[in-house]
Design a protein around this ligand. Sequence first.
Ligand code: ADP
Ligand code: ADP
Ligand code: MG
Length: 446
Amino acid sequence: MFNKILIANRGEIAVRIIRACMEMGIKTVAIYSEADKDSLHTQMADEAICVGPAPSKDSYLNIKNIISATVLSGAEAVHPGFGFLSENSKFAQICKECNIVFIGPDSEIIDSMGNKSNARSIMIDAKVPVVPGSDGIIKDYKDAVDMAQKIGYPIMLKASAGGGGRGIRIIRHEKDLLKEFNAAKAESRVSFGDDSIYMEKYIEEPHHIEFQILADNYGNVIHIGERDCSLQRRNQKILEESPSPFLTDELRKSMGEVAIKAAKAVNYKNAGTIEFLVDKNKNFYFMEMNTRVQVEHPISEMVSNIDIIKEQIKIAFGHKLNYKQEDVNIKGHAIECRINAEDPHKKFTPSPGKIENLHVPGGMGIRFDGNVYSGYEIPHYYDSMIGKLIAYGNNREEAISRMKRALTEFIIEGVKTNIDFQLDIVNDKNFIKGIYDTSFIEKYKK
Ligand code: ADP
Ligand code: ADP
Ligand code: MG
């Protein structure tokens, strides 16, 4: 096994990876920015190396400094976590050239799946159903008009290089197309350094359902069930559960098979996620693949009893998957609430600052993956997510009652959080019945 791994990330995912390494007897190297000197991940790792000033572009995205830190520390592998450099094929390639194992797929796979319109084309060729839309990127405005007429309004314009819920626009009428088309291109150029955009039909009130894939270096590909991530605000997930209350066993089986087919089409390696949209008639469409670990991976871990981070490390080292699809046994139900330092009463604006007092819930079936402690000062430079509360139960009802209990018990003082907002969701009668789609929060929780 690896002797030492460098974690090229911060926050709760860095802590999560350090924990897995500790259990595996692997030494850890944290990288941190000047703003994260007192961060939990910096303190928990065996070694910590400062890679630059607070802004991400100078530190957590600073490839030169991160590669230097890896070489200096003697780490044999780098775990990129999610966000930051996790889907940067150039970084994966440089690691390889420096004889550092990148814990994730090869740079070629990141390239083919990371670009969303490219991924669509590959899936069309592999006969995987995709959301109706453009074949590749849209050339110009005229192309957009023709395409929109063909697929019918409402439509969505999406940045090929987009992610994290950004770079997506809905257009309901042709009269708005010109303005939105230009704005989408401009925004995409500024945010992602690439102005290519593509078009999809807007699926009304859909369900976001994704499959967790594990693939080793020898062509073995399995999935460990699905996650329902339909509870979103502005296309960003806030609560996820596994299994999905919307899927029938039959649909689950066929979507799982298609997810594996999609991963095999690009010779996928390591952990990844195939995201689908499912319409109200239960037609499902490939939306995108995330070639990295997801924020919401713990709910799959809870119901499958598989440690996804450990599997990523073992796969990257060259181990074979030691179970087959039929050995994966999904049991019970898990729900995750993302805990963000933000103010729900002020349009969810981030609320960084010092945590004056903290009580994290515990007890049977409760897990908290976070990076906070009493006295910790949340920097304003990064994402507002400070942790994830996960509840496991023998069934959905038990998972919900545990989540309610745990959210009630949670105390975070000094900064505003979305804990009460999450409590409103899990107390909602439709949520309890399992009746919701991606429009839920917009409609009920204004
Ligand atoms: P997940 O399904 O894992 O939640 P997200 O798409 O929400 O996936 O992204 C996870 C993290 O990565 C978030 O913190 C998000 O802000 C960040 N992220 C993902 N893609 C991008 C991107 N292209 N540019 C900037 N940040 C991104
Ligand atoms: P990202 O890369 O930012 O994660 P996705 O393409 O995965 O972007 O889309 C994010 C979310 O936007 C989806 O989970 C879904 O709620 C919504 N969405 C995306 N495409 C469509 C579509 N064609 N119709 C309806 N909703 C969509
Ligand atoms: Mg997505």
